[in-house]
Design a protein around this ligand. Structure first.
Ligand code: SME
Length: 153
């Protein structure tokens, strides 16, 4: 998707999500709502969901899309990398990423966006897969970080 088009779409999505989340501060309700909006508005998003840190494990949270791994092997793959590096990881071709965990072989590119709780500690990661290679770029990273930051506001 062209960057301008993508930017405009993310702006519309954020304008939709913010008032939806406003009355409810429950973290699961907010994650579920974000998933539904992203999954249905972004046509190339094949899997949208959350992995949450629980006792130093990454366990799947709310998601939309095909069945995913319930738990991610420690310190392996894209999600764990984003948590360890404390920053968004964009993967143009998952087959080129050492240790990538393939929950669904149809996924070709991926973005993982870690997010924090109110105390500033990372509590999980927003993970999105696409069936297209190189689906995600800096524009996605910028807006998805904004969206993920809404979860614990
Ligand atoms: N590919 C991820 C695992 C989660 S799925 O993509 C839903 C990873 O390598 O961490």
């Amino acid at each position: 998707m062209m960057s301008d088009l993508k930017t405009a779409r993310y702006k519309r999505i954020i304008n939709q999500i913010e008032p939806l989340l406003e009355p409810v501060h429950d973290v699961l309700a907010r994650m579920a709502t974000i998933n539904a909006v992203l999954y249905h508005k972004m046509q190339d998003f094949y899997w949208v969901g959350f992995y949450l840190l629980q006792k130093e494990m990454l366990i799947v949270g709310p998601y939309q899309g095909p069945l995913a791994c319930l738990m991610l092997e420690k310190y392996k793959g894209v999600c764990w990398t984003s948590i360890q590096q404390k920053k968004t990881v964009v993967v143009n071709d998952v087959n080129e990423f050492p240790g990538h965990i393939a929950c669904d072989p149809r996924s070709k590119s991926e973005i993982a966006v870690p997010f924090s709780g109110k105390d500033g500690n990372i509590i999980g990661v927003l993970d999105i897969d696409s069936r297209k290679k190189s689906c995600f770029d800096n524009t996605d990273a910028f807006f998805l970080e904004k969206i993920a930051s809404l979860i614990c506001k």
